[in-house]
Write a protein that binds this ligand. Sequence first.
Ligand SMILES: Nc1ncnc2c1ncn2[C@@H]1O[C@H](COP(=O)(O)OP(=O)(O)O)[C@@H](O)[C@H]1O
Ligand SMILES: [Mg+2]
Length: 185
Amino acid sequence: MTGDLPTRHVVVMGVSGAGKTTVARGVAALTGMTFAEADEFHSAANVTRMRAGVPLDDEARWPWLRALADWMAARHREGVSTVLACSALRRSYRDLLREGPPRVDFVHLDGPTEVIRERMSLRAGHYMPASLLDSQTATLEPLWPQEQGLVLDLQLPSDVLAAAAVDRLGLPVLGTPTPAAQPQP
Ligand SMILES: Nc1ncnc2c1ncn2[C@@H]1O[C@H](COP(=O)(O)OP(=O)(O)O)[C@@H](O)[C@H]1O
Ligand SMILES: [Mg+2]
């Protein structure tokens, strides 16, 4: 049977340089959930635009967010849990992601812009120029109280952040027997 299996879908969100990829990979390593990088769902046109330092407008973002929601929904139908590294800066973007699987939890990596700027300046070969950080910070809408998720301080070490996300969201940890895996009496 598909569609009724209990899956979890986590989106690690925040501005570029916040640590989304690092922390989402950490969550995947701890839980066995399938990791994906939202940047890789962009069309070639969007990538070209970002490489040129031009921020994406919402018109360019909707098909991207739809593809991400569809990907999570497809994994859910397979009974596969997922963890996605995705900026998800606006409430409306998160609303679209929530249209995918039955439940999505967000982990917002939040912290001082100066810390992120320092990280960006050290990171070479990434297509997002540091100049886009200001526009991302201006765009960011923190989680609303009614949104499912949590906020973590991005200044903590990345392994601490991944473990905190797993703990606070109650995600199944690799090696821990699930009820279905326990021997029947
Ligand atoms: N918690 C952390 N503490 C210190 N450095 C970090 C942390 N998380 C990520 N980094 C480093 O910061 C840079 C950006 O991290 P990354 O995960 O690529 O961010 P994002 O995916 O949000 O753009 C990388 O060089 C990464 O190694
Ligand atoms: Mg990333």
